[in-house]
Write a protein that binds this ligand. Structure first.
Ligand SMILES: CSCCC(=O)C(=O)COP(=O)(O)O
Ligand SMILES: [Zn+2]
Length: 210
């Protein structure tokens, strides 16, 4: 098991990665890495931090009741509720939440059916689906203003074999057993959201058969 300090460094690296991609605009998003499962302790970004310039002080050690361990004048991410709910439900070791135009567009386009289905795409392998004719449904939940309700909705929708949940007109939560796995899942979901959106566009323009 890694120390809080090691996991905090991991959170800083993930923030730099996602921030360089432009996936954490205007201080949005939050990132966490598990420190201890039982009792639950994890390293998470503080609320309102600029993820491009994250320092060790911007990463807090938090428990299952969202209580900050140790001295800090900062509050943990407002969406810590979602991280707690996901760590409670799944055996994941890292959770990444980002806001992007493509994940927002897909969440809006497919909100009514409650999921976006992606079939027969090579990058589904990055989500753990190596079977021929793989088909994956990424759930989409409403953007509840009550963050405990949002946490519950994301956790209820989350499945161990589909490592992401979209929140309508808000962003995506991607998770994995390790920080590297969570990052791979996030990159794959972002690629697939852009792909599906662009495919929808050219299909609707009549360039590609349905
Ligand atoms: C400025 S973005 C609005 C809040 C949000 O959706 C988010 O991801 C960041 O919240 P945090 O409390 O983690 O800074
Ligand atoms: Zn958010």
């Amino acid at each position: 098991m890694h120390t809080f300090s090691e996991q905090a460094q991991g959170v800083i690296e993930l923030a730099r990665f996602a921030s360089d991609k432009g996936w954490l605009p205007a201080t949005s998003g939050n990132l966490s890495i598990l420190v201890e499962r039982n009792p639950l302790l994890f390293a998470i970004t503080r609320s309102g931090a600029d993820k491009q310039r994250l320092t060790e002080q911007d990463v807090l050690l938090v428990d299952a009741d969202m209580q900050v361990q140790g001295e800090s004048s900062y509050r943990p991410s407002a969406e810590t509720t979602v991280h707690v709910a996901l760590y409670d439900k799944l055996s994941c070791g890292s959770i990444l939440h980002v806001h992007t135009v493509y994940n927002n567009l897909i969440s809006e386009l497919f909100a009514r059916q409650g999921y976006v289905e992606i079939a027969h795409h090579e990058l589904l392998k990055a989500l753990g689906h190596w079977e021929e004719d793989a088909s994956v449904r990424i759930p989409i939940v409403p953007n509840w203003a009550d963050l405990h309700q949002l946490g519950q909705a994301v956790a209820d929708a989350a499945k161990p074999d589909v490592p992401a949940v979209l929140v309508r007109a808000h962003g995506v939560y991607a998770f994995g057993d390790t920080p590297d796995a969570a990052r791979r899942h996030l990159e794959a979901v972002e690629f697939l959201c852009e792909y599906v959106y662009r495919l929808e566009l050219i299909r609707n323009a009549g360039f590609v058969s349905p």
